[in-house]
Write a protein that binds this ligand. Structure first.
Ligand SMILES: [Mn+2]
Length: 246
């Protein structure tokens, strides 16, 4: 099995189309397929902040659920959108407001379809994916070695939000521990969640959230090749969104 893990899309459908083309996929029947049967794996955070969140949901649903030619793990933004669709009282900020705005201009019939598609996608998704064929674990915000195989509350929070302390920086960003620095495992941990200017490899972990929605790039990580492929973002650059640990 050969896989292409795709970083946080956040509604950037145009860049997603460009990335699939660059990776050698062909568009047929409303889905991307690879001539050598490579499997795309979406690392979560499909929606929010970017221009076309609904279109991203439709494409990912088509590929993962209907065609069953791709895989998906949820991100924290997916979790929040799911809770919105459940009817929970979630705050419409940090990007959710853009997805809700797109959703609200749809007809009642279209809304019903999109809500059902997204909820099905989320309900069927594993918290994280273990892919032994390429010796990899895919989790939105990463995963500690000791958590692999577990799916309790602590693990759920880690894979969605990362290794947060609960405290925040003066500007409101959460203070995160750098779990990747302490990772000693032998399989790849492929994740996104925290925007970085370049895919960041530490030990056998790789962060492929290169902040497409903040104007940088949309990145894929190919296994077993261990190669990154990226396309430039078409969104305006928001420099302060890019974190540095070093
Ligand atoms: Mn995220």
């Amino acid at each position: 099995m050969k896989i292409d893990v795709i970083g946080d899309i956040h509604g950037c459908i145009e860049e997603l189309h460009m990335l699939f083309q660059k990776l050698g996929y062909h568009y047929q029947n409303g889905a991307y397929v690879h001539p050598n049967d490579r499997i795309p794996v979406f690392v979560g955070d499909l929606t929010d902040r970017g221009p076309n969140s609904i279109a991203v949901i439709q494409l990912v649903y088509r590929m993962v659920i209907e065609e069953q030619k791709a895989k998906y793990v949820p991100g924290n933004h997916c979790n929040k959108l799911y809770r919105f669709f459940l009817g929970n009282n979630v705050q419409q900020k940090h990007g959710l407001e853009t997805t809700v705005a797109e959703y609200e201009v749809l007809s009642t019939r279209e809304q019903k379809i999109i809500r059902k598609q997204f909820m099905t996608l989320y309900d069927k998704a594993p918290l994280y994916l273990e892919i032994p064929e390429v010796s990899a674990v895919i989790a939105h915000a990463g995963i500690k070695e000791a958590y692999i195989g577990r799916s309790d509350k602590k693990v759920k929070s880690f894979v969605l939000y990362g290794d947060v302390t609960g405290a925040t920086h003066p500007d409101g960003r959460p203070i995160r521990r750098d779990w990747a620095k302490h990772y000693k495992g032998s399989h790849w941990i492929v994740y996104g969640h925290t925007p970085v200017k370049e895919a960041r490899i530490i030990n056998k972990t790789i962060n492929i959230d290169t902040g497409c929605v903040f104007g940088n790039a949309l990145t894929a990580f190919q296994l077993p090749e261990e190669k990154t492929v990226a396309v430039e973002s078409k969104q305006p650059l928001v420099e302060e969104k890019f974190n540095s640990f070093d």
